[in-house]
Write a protein that binds this ligand. Sequence first.
Ligand SMILES: *Cc1c(COP(=O)(O)O)cnc(C)c1O
Length: 384
Amino acid sequence: MDSLDGFAAGKLAELEARNLRRVLVDTVREDGVWVVRRGRRLMSFSCNDYLNLTRHPRVVAAAMAALQRYGVGSGASRLVTGNHPLFAELEARLARLKGTEAACVFSSGYQANTGIIPALAGSDDLVLVDELAHSCLWAGARMTGGTVLGFRHNDVGHAEELLAAQRGRHRHAVVATDGVFSMDGDLAPVPALSALARRHDAWLMTDDAHGIGVVGAGRGSSFVDGAKADVPLQMGTLSKAIGGHGGYLCASAPVIDLVRMRARTFVYSTGLPPAMVAAAIAALDIIEEEPGYAALPLQKARAFTRLAGLTEAESPIVPIVIGDVQATLDASRLIEEAGYLVAAIRPPTVPVGTARLRIAFTALHPDAAIGHLAEIVRTRIFGR
Ligand SMILES: *Cc1c(COP(=O)(O)O)cnc(C)c1O
């Protein structure tokens, strides 16, 4: 074996020994709720397609029409020839939804975060990140080459301490957090973080990958209590509740213009296929026209937490933290035997010692199945 293969095999064996080796499992999603895995039909509680828009007839029809008219790919970076007019339409719609002057669509949420932060901050700057924020916010923060510090999860006081100690030594400061935490389902204290950022002349950035479409009447985590929190950088993805693919930033016009010029993942990557852009516009139509539908995933999650005896859900994501990796895998298997897919989430996706089941609710999950799943969790996992 040469040194490269030897290195890879050694690393894999190490992960295997810690139960952390992950494999790809073929999964065919039949509709918003049902999937087929290893020849078995399972009801999935592990998809981020909260509004089941990946298969919604209006969204699919919009994508098909654009596909037929404009072809499969966009052909180049948006700054060269990849900027189909549908982008401007989608960006205007996102800006309107988020109450900002402008928006910029990226080819994925990951690319958005790793493009935006280094476009705005550099080696003289400070970036504070919630310790449980998504991996790509951390990646984007580190790509600035500046001082990157984590603050304790949702702890505004700790973020304040760090700013008080560090802000003066840096030119600019960014405070970055998930709006809705992807593996915990809780909300960031957005209004308090916004006020804190203002006091220290820091720029607040929220990642609303799991917020758009499902909290704040579909407008995301800046809109949760009816009022609009002042968040100058509202980022999110089109690949979860929006049902398709892509990422975005909503911000002021000058910030968006600068990001389009400076974000390397925007400048040096091919634009999204026009059909994906058309699909996202159709998805936003549905979210704006049917607020009752957009409210369903959170309602379903709350029904579940009530029935399972858990603290009330704040988003469609409900974590069942088990801790031990093997015990979490066993719990996931037990639930799969009952016909439900609830993936085990292990480190490094979550901190060591906090392996968990992550249950995600969608608009179309039947109430009876939610009741059954709650009973399994209550009796077979918690034993009460
Ligand atoms: C999924 C996710 C992303 C990445 O978005 P993609 O469009 O899938 O690349 C970013 N941030 C958070 C919080 C996420 O959950």
